[in-house]
Design a binder for this molecule. Structure first.
Ligand code: SF4
Length: 360
């Protein structure tokens, strides 16, 4: 069965580090946008789905009637299995009890919340619309709406962030008893306000110290690391994201969405037009807004399996890695072997990009 990703490109305002395909001030397009997504979905009508992920952007910026129309619509178009994982991303600054109850009633069973930090000064500095108290409120509202499975996204290596401030954030995050945490180091991407302003990343040594502080802390609180940046209590690993890392198929709908599907025995990666208006227009005209399509060769597939699979602590089948290279990295403590699989050690994760470029 496939995964289904739906991109909602609307945000209340744009965070200073964000290079996602998201736009502030375009919510007036919500109604035609949802209509376009439902029309695009018709291309895949009847497809069997066992994970749904509505991400963005800020899906919860959509007015409740629109997200209701979207979810009700896709449930009719696809065959979504009864035990599907169904995630909606939420910004704590948009949390609303009735909205969350509506999502629950529609079959959503997992919330992924962009908490990022519990330090108000930092939240302001990175351009988030919420403050620390909003995260506590949002989690309470999730629980009241009946969500037991909620994930918190956190960011480290933020400008001016100290180890003590990060330690306080991970402590507060864990105190909220999430089933899952994602923790990403800030990358300053071209085109973002941070990049334009010349904001510099924290020193590498501090970045690594923050990362290891978090991995150790989460582990000691029952949140096992299963991916380089992701931690979960047993059985609550993100089934949808695991499809990406296992190179399994998923349909992507919406402006700028990516998909990975088979067609006539060929493995195809595609991406849609990014601009919201152009996406709506193109779907209106043709029902299809694919702007890029790549047919993967055997070698492309192998490379992807290495790159994506080595992000996971379970690693990849040994035969994917050249024997001599695996032996070298194992001998030097960067990789380890478990039965017939090879994975990065903690030391290996720290330099994974360098090793990956050697392996592929
Ligand atoms: S809420 Fe998320 S998608 Fe929207 S601007 Fe901020 S980081 Fe980007």
């Amino acid at each position: 069965m496939k995964g289904l990703y739906i991109h909602i490109p609307f945000c209340v305002s744009k965070c200073f580090y964000c290079d996602f395909n998201s736009y502030a001030g375009k919510l007036y397009l919500a109604e035609p946008y949802v209509g376009a997504v439902l029309k695009e979905a018709q291309r895949f009508s009847g497809c069997e789905i066992n994970t749904v992920y509505i991400g963005g952007g800020t899906p919860t910026a959509l007015p409740c009637p629109e997200i209701t129309r979207l979810i009700s619509g896709i449930k009719k178009i696809f065959k979504i299995s009864a035990d599907a994982e169904f995630t909606v991303e939420m910004n704590p600054g948009t949390a609303d009890g009735d909205y969350l109850k509506a999502l629950k009633a529609l079959g959503v069973n997992r919330i992924s919340m962009g908490a990022q930090s519990f330090d108000d000064t930092l939240l302001k500095k990175i351009g988030r619309i919420h403050r620390s108290d909003d995260i506590f409120t949002a989690v309470r509202l999730c629980k009241e709406a009946g969500f037991e499975n909620y994930s918190l996204d956190l960011m480290f290596s933020l400008p001016g962030q100290t180890l003590a401030v990060w330690a306080d954030t991970i402590k507060k995050a864990v105190s909220l008893k999430p089933s899952h945490i994602s923790a990403y180091g800030l990358k300053i991407e071209p085109g973002t306000p941070f990049y334009e302003r010349g904001v510099k990343p924290l020193p590498d040594s501090l970045d690594r110290e923050m990362y290891h502080l978090a991995t150790d802390f989460f582990k000691s609180h029952g949140l096992n690391q299963y991916e380089i940046s992701n931690f979960a209590i047993l059985g609550k690993e993100s089934r949808h994201n695991l499809k990406y890392w296992h190179c399994e198929e998923y349909i992507g709908l919406g402006a700028g969405a990516h998909g990975f599907i088979s067609d006539n025995g060929k493995k195809i990666r595609y991406s849609n037009i990014k601009a919201v208006e152009s996406y709506i227009n193109k779907i209106g005209e043709t029902g299809n807004a694919v702007s890029e399509k790549n047919i993967l060769t055997e070698n492309d597939i192998k490379t992807e399996k290495i790159i994506m699979g080595l992000r996971l602590t379970e690693g990849v089948p040994q035969e994917l890695i050249p024997e001599e290279k695996a032996a070298f990295y194992i001998k030097n403590g960067f990789m380890k072997k478990n039965l017939n699989r090879v994975s990065f050690t903690e030391k290996g994760f720290d330099v994974s990009n360098t090793i990956l470029s050697d392996l592929i």
